[in-house]
Design a protein around this ligand. Structure first.
Ligand SMILES: [Zn+2]
Length: 213
C-alpha cells in the first residue's frame, strides 16, 4: 500500500513505472491520446516538490501502510469481471436477459464473496502469480480462494418450482410485470436527419481543418 501510495507522486509527473516490486507500475491501462494529454507536473518544479513533501509525510505514510491492499477496490474490480463472465460483451442481450444476468452475477458474488483462501494439504496458503495486461510485463501475487459454489442456483430453481406448484398464475403475472418494465430500444429516441443535411453540418463544423489544403 505504501508503494502504491508513493507511486502517485510519479503518476502526476507522467511516470507510470515505479521500479518497486510491490507496485511495479500504475494500475490504470496504458495512457494514449487524450488520456496522455494532461497537465502533468514537471519533475523538479516547486509544485512537484511541494506535493511530494505533503504526500510522503512520515505520519501519513505510516497510516497508509495500514490500509488494506484488497478491500478498497479489489472486490469491486472482481465484481466487474464477474459481470463480464455472466454477460459477455460479444453477445447482445435483451433488456430482461441483461437484467437477469446482472442479478445472477450479484447472487454469485454475494454467495461467494466470503470464500476462504485455498490451502495445501499441509495447511499452507496457496498463492498465484498473475501478469495483468495493464502491468506491461509486471506481476502481482494473489492468494488463491477456494472453488466457487453454485448452491444459490439450486436454491433458486427450488423456490421457482415451489412458486409454480403453489400458483402458476402468480408466477405468470410476475413475469408479465417484469416484461412490461423493459424500456423501448435506444434507437427509438434517435432523431432522424437527411444524410445530405448531416454531411453538410459535419463539413461546416470541420471546415477549419480543411482551410489551406
Ligand atoms: Zn500512472
Amino acid at each position: 500500500m505504501e508503494a502504491k501510495w508513493q507511486s502517485m507522486v510519479n503518476h502526476v509527473q507522467d511516470i507510470h513505472e515505479h521500479g518497486t516490486p510491490a507496485f511495479p507500475c500504475c494500475a490504470h491501462p496504458p495512457l494514449e491520446g487524450e488520456a496522455r494529454d494532461k497537465e502533468w507536473l514537471e519533475p523538479g518544479t516547486t509544485a512537484a516538490i511541494k506535493l511530494e513533501r505533503v504526500t510522503l509525510r512520515t505520519a501519513l505514510v505510516k497510516d497508509v501502510r495500514k490500509l488494506s491492499p484488497q478491500h478498497q477496490t479489489y472486490s469491486l474490480e472482481a465484481f466487474h469481471s464477474l459481470i463480464i463472465h455472466f454477460a459477455p460483451k460479444h453477445t447482445g442481450f435483451s433488456f430482461l436477459g441483461m437484467y437477469s444476468r446482472l442479478l445472477m452475477a450479484a447472487l454469485h458474488f454475494n454467495h461467494n464473496s466470503s470464500r476462504e483462501v485455498a490451502r495445501t494439504s499441509d495447511g499452507e496458503v496457496r498463492y498465484a502469480v498473475r501478469y495483468p495486461r495493464f502491468c506491461k510485463g509486471g506481476w502481482v501475487v494473489r492468494p488463491i480462494k477456494e472453488k466457487p459454489s453454485y448452491a444459490y442456483a439450486a436454491a433458486l430453481m427450488e423456490s421457482l418450482s415451489e412458486g409454480y406448484s403453489r400458483s402458476p398464475e402468480t408466477l405468470r403475472e410476475s413475469s408479465a410485470v417484469l416484461s412490461s418494465t423493459a424500456p423501448a430500444p435506444l434507437s427509438t429516441s434517435c432523431q432522424e436527419i437527411a444524410k445530405d443535411e448531416a454531411v453538410g453540418l459535419y463539413l461546416a463544423r470541420h471546415s477549419r481543418f480543411n482551410t489551406g489544403n
